[in-house]
Design a protein around this ligand. Structure first.
Ligand code: ADP
Ligand code: MG
Ligand code: ZN
Length: 561
């Protein structure tokens, strides 16, 4: 970034040191602060924990007038302001917890120049009389925190954010407006610029790379076993485990505390009192691990969280990175682990499906979900996947994510890819993953037979695979851009241009597999047959209910040893 060797930045640096005790700005903070100090409207897109607050607080210290901070976190306003006051910064707040005389007194002092920053809840701005009072203040900057709340596309839409632009328009002169969020989708970014009336602003995406965080996606783990082992190996560490439902959170917290770990649950089903108590215990390290639903964490600034484990895949990358980003705020090495199972996809699709959203909104959510699924399946560097998703330029390896550290071997799956791509084509690119997999597997199910797919040349050509293995391959090929999943309620598979060289035999496709899996033992055919005969005999002799009779695949596995 050029243009920011401005003398103002040096002054800002001095204030950072004087008030906060930090030696330097993070690289992403400098251009944002530089822009604000030059009086330009600014939209800073920075991840959770990236350090957005300082981007408007330090300019606030340098401006003659007052900085009005709009923040939706009413419950944390007092803490935030107390924190600033402890640093020696003149700040106050105004929200519904105060009486009208108190509000008036604070605003009067603000008019007299007592404060550098005043925090306001957006709901206040809906009151015309409050807005009239604001017009008497010397407001130099309006800083909009969590700016995605203005957008219906954002995950925390707050209608009262709509009052911000009119409030600014009513001020006797226009202050510089800075807005901050961790959400980087184009829809939200456009809404922020439009609905807040930002002028001549280039959204600035920065700081998404959190060097001290390592990323892992684990597939096919027994989730509970993994968590048990992980906690046993990290007994002294503080961490968060995110579960997807209240029930799951309760059960997991229960299981872990019965195993003797220091854990507490947190979800919307608990009483306020219980939630606050558990949160406090976690903040003060009286409890090591918080098992939580996604209700936990907004605005929480606990610095020494060493790991964030997701028991399930979240609904999109924004949600994931926000939650995972709660690890390692102190800059120390910390782990972000996502435990993935294909079941998670179904759950997320179900949640979108049964929600009362518009069709347009649903297809938007599907698009974001697909990017999350791709994250779980990509064999590429996870860190760089995240950075690209959030709009930063990135390619190559980080050498510390689970994909970069992966020592599995690459297996040539070109033939499988060709079979799958041609099946998708033959079926007219009108069907979803499970239907395509069923056809390749040679399923005799009604849905396959009714369509006459048993007559297709690609029917039954992958019969040696389990249907789940075919589904995994299809997901891999989607993540790698060979196949495209359309958006909407009934997503269908299509063959992407990238698949053409593979179909023509000009390019190969590889999949990573566990070494031990690759060397999986063949089952002994005669032993397998013997087991089958035995099964038949048993089931005839003793009236065994069909559901406990061993399946062929089980017998095959037994015949391996
Ligand atoms: P965000 O709002 O982007 O989630 P915060 O503003 O709460 O993040 O900052 C996260 C943490 O990073 C805070 O503890 C803050 O004090 C710290 N921080 C911010 N900027 C710096 C810096 N330049 N040097 C060191 N720590 C910083
Ligand atoms: Mg913040
Ligand atoms: Zn990597």
């Amino acid at each position: 970034m050029q243009g920011f060797s401005h003398p103002l930045i040096e002054q800002a640096q001095a204030l950072l040191h004087k008030y906060y005790g930090y030696s330097s700005f993070r690289s992403g903070q400098v251009p944002l602060i530089g822009q604000i100090l030059q009086g330009q409207d600014t939209l800073g897109i920075m991840p959770t924990g990236g350090g957005k607050s300082i981007c408007y607080q330090v300019p606030a210290l340098l401006f003659q007038g007052l900085t009005l901070v709009i923040s939706p976190l009413i419950s944390l306003m007092k803490d935030q302001v107390d924190g600033l006051q402890r640093l020696g910064i003149a700040a106050t707040y105004v929200n519904s917890s105060l009486s009208f005389p108190e509000v008036k007194e604070r605003l009067q002092k603000a008019a007299q120049g007592w404060y550098k920053l005043i925090y306001v809840a957006p709901e206040r701005l809906e009151s015309p009389s409050f807005r009239t009072l604001l017009q008497t203040l010397p407001i130099a900057q309006v800083a909009v925190d969590e700016a995605h709340c203005v957008s219906q596309w954002g995950h925390d839409f707050r209608p009262s954010y709509g009052a911000i632009a009119p409030m600014i328009a009513e001020l006797p002169y226009r202050p510089v407006v800075s807005a901050f969020t961790a959400t980087a989708t184009t829809e939200v970014t456009h809404d922020i610029i439009r609905l807040l009336g930002l002028r001549q602003v280039q959204p600035y995406i920065t700081g998404f790379n959190r060097e001290n965080l390592t990323f892992s996606v684990l597939r096919g783990e027994n989730k509970r076993d993994f968590i048990f082992r992980y906690l046993s190996d990290h007994l002294d560490e503080s961490g968060i485990i995110y579960g997807s439902t209240r029930k799951e959170v309760d059960q997991l917290a229960d299981f872990l505390s019965r195993k003797g770990f220091s854990v507490a649950p947190y979800h919307a089903g608990l009483s306020d009192e219980e939630r606050n108590r558990n949160q406090e215990m976690f903040l003060y390290d009286d409890v090591k691990v918080m098992v939580a639903s996604n209700a936990f964490g907004m605005g929480i600034d606990k610095s020494n969280v060493r790991f964030v484990i997701h028991h399930n895949m979240p609904k999109n990358m924004e949600a994931y990175y926000q939650e995972a980003g709660r690890a390692g705020r102190d800059g120390e090495p910390s782990a972000c682990i996502l435990l993935f199972s294909p079941q998670d996809i179904l759950v997320q699709k179900f949640l979108i499906e049964q929600s009362p959203m518009s069709l347009e909104r649903k297809s938007y959510e599907y698009k974001k979900l697909q990017a999350m699924i791709d994250y779980c399946y990509t064999p590429q560097c996870l860190r760089h996947y995240i950075l690209r998703y959030f709009g930063e330029k990135a390619s190559g390896h980080c050498d510390d994510c689970s994909n970069c550290l992966d020592d599995r071997e690459s297996v040539d799956v070109t033939i499988e890819a060709q079979k799958i791509f041609s099946c998708v084509k033959r079926m007219g690119e009108r069907f979803g993953t499970s239907m395509v997999a069923s056809v390749l597997k040679g399923s005799k199910s009604k849905k396959v037979m009714n369509q006459g797919f048993d007559k297709l040349s690609t029917y039954n050509i992958m019969s040696e695979y389990k249907e789940k293995e075919i589904v995994d391959l299809i997901n891999l090929f989607c993540a790698e851009g060979y196949l495209v999943m359309t958006e909407g309620q009934y997503p269908v598979l299509q063959v992407a241009p990238r698949a053409m060289p593979v179909l023509r035999g000009q390019e190969k496709v590889y999949q990573k597999v566990q070494k031990r899996q690759a060397q999986k033992k063949e089952s002994d055919p005669s032993l397998f047959e013997a087991l089958r005969t035995l099964r038949k005999e048993i089931s005839q002799k003793e009236q065994i209910p069909p559901y406990i009779i061993f399946h062929d695949s089980t017998l095959r596995e037994m015949a391996q040893s």
